[in-house]
Design a protein around this ligand. Structure first.
Ligand SMILES: CC(C)(COP(=O)(O)OP(=O)(O)OC[C@H]1O[C@@H](n2cnc3c(N)ncnc32)[C@H](O)[C@@H]1OP(=O)(O)O)[C@@H](O)C(=O)NCCC(=O)NCCS
Length: 199
């Protein structure tokens, strides 16, 4: 199915990286999704995700994600490892009210941390957001002590841009979080600098 995200058809897009396929969700993602997310070490960092994350919660979340993706309000992708076709995480771009901006969010199942999957998938989705969808700005937030996510965002070139508030359902708390931004122009010029041959 082809969906409109910010006016562009993106529904069937699959992004391929060295080790991963970043693809739209399928209904049979519910079981692996529940297995990976129903873990306090993952859920405690995620806004708006309840704990425990039951099979029913996974099915509800997935139905919403597939519908949002089709409606174009939220671009939701499963992160699948090419080597064994296993689901290892999730990543999404949530459209802001300003049509040129979207918020990046992601998680990786704990068994798969520390292998560079978040950075690899996020780099592909950032490029997709800027180059394919034509977004001007991406934003992201994470809890101030989420050192893993802070490192992922820094590696992508995100810069501090104040603070915002998010509801953390598993913690039953609304918490002030640092806000980060990455503009297409800054991302493009950093990539050009990286591509420059040494003088
Ligand atoms: C944060 C998270 C996405 C990182 O995933 P990952 O696949 O392990 O991250 P990567 O292996 O791609 O690492 C990217 C960078 O972060 C660093 N990093 C990863 N985990 C880290 C940690 N716990 N503490 C400090 N640095 C960390 C890596 O060293 C790497 O740095 P480098 O680019 O300088 O080499 C993962 O731990 C996770 O899903 N956590 C729970 C949910 C969550 O926090 N989601 C984000 C909500 S904002």
């Amino acid at each position: 199915m082809t969906a409109a995200f910010l006016g562009e058809p993106v529904g069937a897009d699959r992004l391929t990286t060295a080790r991963l396929v970043v693809r739209p969700h399928a209904a049979d993602d519910a079981v692996p999704l529940a297995r990976l997310v129903d873990n306090w070490n993952v859920v405690r960092w995620l806004a708006e995700v309840p704990f425990p994350f039951t099979a029913a919660a996974a099915q509800d979340w997935l139905a919403r994600a597939i519908a949002d993706h089709a409606a174009g309000s939220h671009c939701q992708f499963a992160i699948e490892r090419v080597a064994d076709a296993r689901l290892v995480g999730q990543i999404g771009l949530k459209r802001a009210r300003d049509g040129g901006a979207a918020e990046l969010g992601y998680w990786i199942g704990q068994a798969h941390w520390g292998r560079g999957y978040a950075g690899e998938a996020a780099a592909a989705v950032v490029a997709y957001g800027f180059q394919r969808i034509g977004l001007a700005t991406l934003s992201a937030t994470c809890l101030a002590d989420n050192h893993g996510s802070l490192a992922v965002l820094a590696g992508l070139g995100f810069r501090a841009a104040g603070t915002d508030w998010r509801s953390f359902a598993a913690r039953r708390a609304r918490i002030e979080v640092p806000l980060f931004r990455l503009d297409r122009a800054a991302w493009g010029s950093a990539r050009l600098r990286l591509a420059d041959p040494p003088s």
